[in-house]
Design a protein around this ligand. Structure first.
Ligand SMILES: Cc1cc2nc3c(=O)[nH]c(=O)nc-3n(C[C@H](O)[C@H](O)[C@H](O)COP(=O)(O)OP(=O)(O)OC[C@H]3O[C@@H](n4cnc5c(N)ncnc54)[C@H](O)[C@@H]3O)c2cc1C
Length: 360
């Protein structure tokens, strides 16, 4: 167990004050001991992976940070069609995707290059390019801090939704994920629902899983900042899901100031991004852009100039600078578009009131 560890070194945003205690746990026994230590000292604990979805305040964390470090990839079952594989929480997500692609196991290739650990992938049900990890998760192995038991939760009990699960909603903080079980297909099952992929591959024959991974890595490298060079947490705001009346309300606010072309684009969301329950997805990047905030910078905290959904740290920003910038964006979007946007990353070391403003 380490003391006074600077969390900015453990977050992709490169922000965060000190944690009083910090430990990387390599197996289930160490995990249980770390939680017992926190209990005994009457301290809160927080389990983290690679810190790619965290904004830690300047004040840091007065408790025990427990970092995912259980590493294994075990094939536990297979037949002609599929393979069932259990993976420890400390395996890097993209290393696991690379392993699956190398073995031609289908189902997660579109999730290539998402930063972070396997242990965190169910928390917000990571997704990209038309795939969500919940499509292939069968069970999640957890330590339950209420019953102190280790158990497997069925995927259906994890209540996966868009960037959500019980782990970041109703049971947040209760379960520590130890391992995740996936069922991957041995039969080619390319997912080209995302337009860029359809344009590239729909008319090609026998597209290989490696080609798809390569294409996705290229797109991500073009659009997103390199986490090793520019601090960020990927998409900072969640997309907005509204009913028909919410959509009309936003449209009438937007029609006061956007161009005809932008309004036509907004209208296209109503057709292209409506789900079977009649709810419409409004891409938050569009809202931030029409409010003139793409590339907006306050000191070293900024909206990335190539992607309006991504906030970045150009070097000297601290957790509270990112927080203040996010509040400013949230307020401006609400004032101009009548839509409240909320953030995706976890906020650590902020007060409950501060968190509820940005998280909703
Ligand atoms: C450049 C960039 C691009 C990104 N692109 C995408 C994308 O395309 N799609 C997408 O969905 N996300 C994306 N993200 C977000 C991020 O990659 C994911 O949220 C990822 O799962 C975070 O993994 P992590 O190990 O870093 O988790 P952390 O950031 O360390 O933790 C995230 C949350 O998970 C909880 N957690 C972590 N481990 C455990 C555990 N073992 N048990 C219980 N709770 C746990 C933490 O408490 C925290 O609430 C991106 C981030 C970056 C920086």
């Amino acid at each position: 167990m380490l003391k006074d560890v600077t969390l900015s070194e453990y977050t992709s945003f490169m922000v965060g004050g000190n944690a009083d205690h910090f430990i990387v746990v390599k197996n289930e026994k160490q995990l249980v001991s770390a939680i017992r230590f926190a209990d005994y000292e009457d301290l809160p604990f927080l389990i983290i992976g690679e810190g790619c979805n965290l904004v830690v305040s300047n004040a840091g964390f007065r408790g025990v940070i427990i970092k995912n470090g259980i590493e294994f990839i075990d094939v536990v079952n297979e037949d002609n069609d599929k393979v069932v594989v259990q993976v420890g929480n400390g395996i890097n997500w993209d290393d696991f995707v690379a392993w699956a692609v190398e073995n031609e196991y289908w189902g997660i290739e579109n999730l290539s290059l998402i930063p972070g650990s396997v242990g965190a992938c169910p928390v917000q049900n990571i997704g990209a390019f038309g795939q969500e990890v919940s499509d292939v998760i069968t069970q999640v192995k957890v330590f339950d801090t209420v019953s102190n038991d280790i158990m497997w939760l069925d995927a259906k009990d994890c209540e996966f939704g868009y960037r959500s699960s019980i782990f970041n909603k109703k049971e947040q903080g209760r379960y520590v994920i130890l391992a995740v079980e996936f069922s991957l297909s041995k039969l080619a099952k390319p997912c080209f629902t995302y337009r860029d992929l359809a344009n590239e591959f729909a008319y090609k024959k026998d597209v290989s899983i490696a080609e798809i991974r390569e294409f996705i890595i290229d797109i991500r490298n073009q659009r997103l900042p390199d986490v090793k060079k520019i601090g960020n947490a990927g998409s900072f705001f969640k997309n907005v899901i509204v009913s028909e009346s919410g959509f009309k309300n936003a449209r009438s606010k937007l029609s006061e100031f956007v161009s005809g072309e932008q309004l036509a684009k907004f209208d296209s969301f109503r057709v292209d991004l409506k789900d079977d329950k009649g709810m419409i997805k409004i891409p938050t990047a569009f809202l931030i852009e029409v409010c003139g905030l793409k590339g907006y910078r306050k000191g070293d905290a900024a909206v990335f100039d190539k992607h309006a959904l991504v906030l970045v740290n150009y070097g000297g920003a601290r957790g509270n600078d990112i927080y203040k910038l996010a509040i400013e964006i949230q307020e401006k979007v609400f004032e101009m578009c009548g839509v409240r946007i909320y953030v995706e990353p976890m906020l650590v070391g902020f007060s409950e009131g501060e968190v509820s403003i940005l998280k909703g």
